[in-house]
Ligand binder design. Structure first.
Ligand code: GLU
Length: 289
């Protein structure tokens, strides 16, 4: 089977050092496997979108010489596909409407306990849709971290596939899209280790073999806070990309000698593809920028 990887940024701001680490790690892993590297813009949540961010992301990938294969996929254009799958599951009883509020769930111990599962609530505008979890995933294998265990309560929880506010849930969209795009391996930041069990549960519900997973170290600042677009982490430099590129490559475990540092961005990327190995990748879940 040929390798197909992807980078799936949300346009909630420009790319920062942490997103560059995710982009580079997934690119190097795809290219060192002679694979394709697809780009998907995860614009599922309009209130969190920053105007101009999509364009900034595309330009940043160009400035860092990370060409994607094929057309860019936008989740905002795929709503009918997400809704179609939800409708099928609602009909078959594999999904159901739920009225519980976050406050109620918090009051009952933090996990949703299936309160609405057998209530047969008819469609109301003030409901979320939950998957009736039949495949509770207790662990999965990560290519760097080995077996990752998932707490029971989390594994068993009927999770949301469409939110009360009408937005499609990230877990649903990501799995339907990864399947449709033929993705064979997901390489992304370690902040997404937690939802991986739910995503595998969706693959099982869809009777589709799941992808393999590699979670890259999450970049945190000196105070241990994750760099994120929402926290307005500094955008990577698009005019002089080398400093951020070298920094991101070091965070991925590369050691670059002076000669390498003098190379062009294109040469550094090429060298990265040729010298990428999971052994050198830090085993820690977090790295400090
Ligand atoms: N859109 C997610 C993010 O920007 C990444 C999703 C994924 O790689 O599965 O953090």
């Amino acid at each position: 089977m040929s390798y197909i990887g992807r980078f799936a940024p949300s346009p909630s701001g420009p790319l920062h050092l942490g997103s560059l680490v995710a982009a580079l790690g997934s690119y190097f892993q795809a290219k060192s496997n002679n694979g394709k590297w697809l780009l998907r813009i995860e614009d599922l949540d309009p209130p969190r979108e920053v105007p101009g961010a999509v364009d900034q992301i595309l330009r940043a990938l160009e400035a860092y010489h990370l060409p994607w294969d094929g057309e860019v996929v936008y989740q905002s254009q795929r709503h009918p596909i997400y809704q179609g799958q939800i409708d099928l599951w609602l009909e078959s009883g594999q999904a159901y409407y739920c009225q519980c509020t976050r406050k109620q769930i918090k009051a009952s111990g933090g996990y949703y306990l299936g309160t609405c599962r057998d209530k047969h609530i008819a469609n109301t505008s003030d409901c979320s849709v939950r998957l009736h979890v039949e495949h509770d995933i207790r662990f999965f294998n990560d290519l760097k971290h080995g077996q990752i265990d998932i707490p029971d309560a989390l594994a068993k929880e009927d999770f949301i596939i469409k939110r009360r506010d009408g937005l499609f849930a990230y877990n649903l969209a990501v799995v339907l899209d990864d399947i449709e795009q033929g993705i064979t391996e997901v390489v992304r930041g370690a902040d997404l280790i937690e939802p991986t069990g739910r995503q595998i549960s969706l693959y099982r519900t869809l009777n589709t073999p799941e992808v393999s997973y590699l979670h890259l170290p999450l970049v945190v600042d000196g105070h241990g806070n994750k760099l994120s677009k929402q926290n307005r982490a500094r955008a990577i430099d698009m005019i002089e990309p080398k400093v951020d590129l070298i920094n991101a490559m070091q965070l991925l475990g590369f050691s670059l000698d002076n000669e390498m540092r003098d190379g062009s961005v294109e040469e550094l990327i090429q060298w990265g593809c040729e010298n990428w190995s999971l052994k050198q990748l830090p085993a820690s879940i977090e790295v400090t920028s």
